[in-house]
Design a protein around this ligand. Structure first.
Ligand SMILES: [Fe+2]
Length: 388
């Protein structure tokens, strides 16, 4: 018992609350940044969240890169690194959803490394080639989903390779995560729902994956409870600050939990974004019920617990029955969030599923799924997730 020695750490300092964005200058000072590069996307550049950052940075010298794509591509990194170097920046502020924050992480790495991003790819042993510390990253999320603000990975699409590159290192962790619920109030209902389902999937896949990490398990369980309680509220009424704030916390908890690892849903979701531009959270929501059915017996105690989070314990209900009910509860929640089920309804042709399953099998997330999966299993999961 306990012969394998493990280490648990939760190192990102999180500053949370209404108006937390005004702590940006303090965060820069504490982390020794004199000239940050603010990294964001064109939509956010024109939003109140960007205005709030500009107001907070009054008197600070900074540069802005605002051309990050929804699913960030390698060119975003190359262009922003060039600006970072030419402007003499010494740290980044990632403002946005996971995309801007993921690019922020790649910038500080690529500002120091010669060669291509693909050289640092996690599944090719790139973690050992990332020798930080790098310049500080301060993450200011405007969605509540990816949790990239507390995560140690960055996902960037390489058009050259035709797939997503995942880089992963403890050096990629932001020094500060500033969670200000007011920055998320203008997020429209669809994005609120989709990003929230990403947070939910992080919590559930990390809870069920077999890596030993009881601290993360506890965080994942409470993250699930928060999503169940607040995601529908935040989706219905974007100005519900209590719901928005709790979803921001849940998203951070999901990403803290998935330092354990993830599962098959994420392997299925990644190629859907690369090939068809599906929003990552939407892709997870569309595939999650099929993966839950696939995992049902192996993950029974976890899923039974999940069912009871939705609707309490039911008299006479066995764990097996509760686990089966959890899938229905998740499907119903996805429906109430206004997400239309079926990959077929989101521009994914049936004849693409075979090729997608090859990419999904190449993706490393399924290797820690609670039930091992083959490439054919992944194809079957796509097929099950396809009809309307
Ligand atoms: Fe995710």
């Amino acid at each position: 018992m306990f012969e394998e020695i493990t280490a648990f750490s939760f190192p990102t300092r999180i500053v949370f609350g209404r108006g937390a964005v005004r702590r940006l200058p303090a965060a820069l000072e504490e982390t020794g940044v004199f000239k940050p590069l603010v990294v964001t996307d064109p939509g956010l550049r024109a939003s109140p969240a960007f205005d709030a950052v500009v107001a907070a940075l009054d008197g600070v010298s900074y540069e802005v890169f605002d051309r990050v794509h929804g699913n960030p591509v390698e060119d975003d990194v190359l262009e922003s690194v060039a600006l970072y170097r030419s402007a003499g920046c010494d740290g980044v502020i990632g403002l946005g959803g996971g995309s801007a924050i993921d690019v922020a992480k790649a910038i500080v790495v690529m500002a120091r490394h010669e060669g291509a991003l693909a050289d640092l790819e996690a599944q090719a042993g790139g973690m050992d080639r990332m020798t930080g510390p790098y310049d500080p990253i301060i993450a200011v999320p405007t969605t509540a989903g990816t949790g990239s603000e507390v995560g140690r990975s960055s996902v960037i699409t390489s058009h050259q390779l035709g797939r997503k590159i995942i880089i992963f290192s403890p050096w990629l962790m932001p020094k500060r995560a500033i969670l200000d619920p007011e920055l998320t109030v203008s997020l429209p209902p669809f994005l609120t729902a989709a990003t929230g389902m990403d947070a939910f999937t992080h919590c559930l896949e990390s809870l069920t994956c077999p890596t030993y990490h009881p601290l993360c398990d506890a965080i994942a369980i409470h993250g699930l409870e928060l999503v169940i309680r607040y995601l529908e509220r935040a989706t219905r009424d974007g100005r519900d600050i209590e719901a928005r704030g709790n979803m921001q916390v849940a998203a951070a908890m999901g990403a803290i939990a998935f330092q354990k690892d993830l599962g098959a849903t994420h392997s299925l979701a990644h190629p859907l974004s690369t090939a068809f531009g599906l929003h990552h959270g939407l892709a997870n929501a569309l595939c999650l019920p099929a993966v839950m059915r696939f995992n049902l017996e192996t993950a029974e105690p976890h899923y039974a617990r999940l069912a009871r989070m939705f609707d309490g314990a039911r008299r006479g209900e066995t764990d097996r029955e509760a686990a089966a009910r959890s899938v229905v509860e998740v499907e119903n929640m996805i429906g109430r969030l206004g997400i239309t089920r079926g990959l077929s309804n989101h521009g994914v042709p049936r004849e693409s599923l075979e090729g997608l399953s090859v990419s999904a099998f190449d993706d490393s997330c399924h290797k820690t799924n609670i039930r091992p999966c083959t490439r054919r299993d992944l194809l079957a999961l796509y097929e099950e997730s396809w009809p309307a």
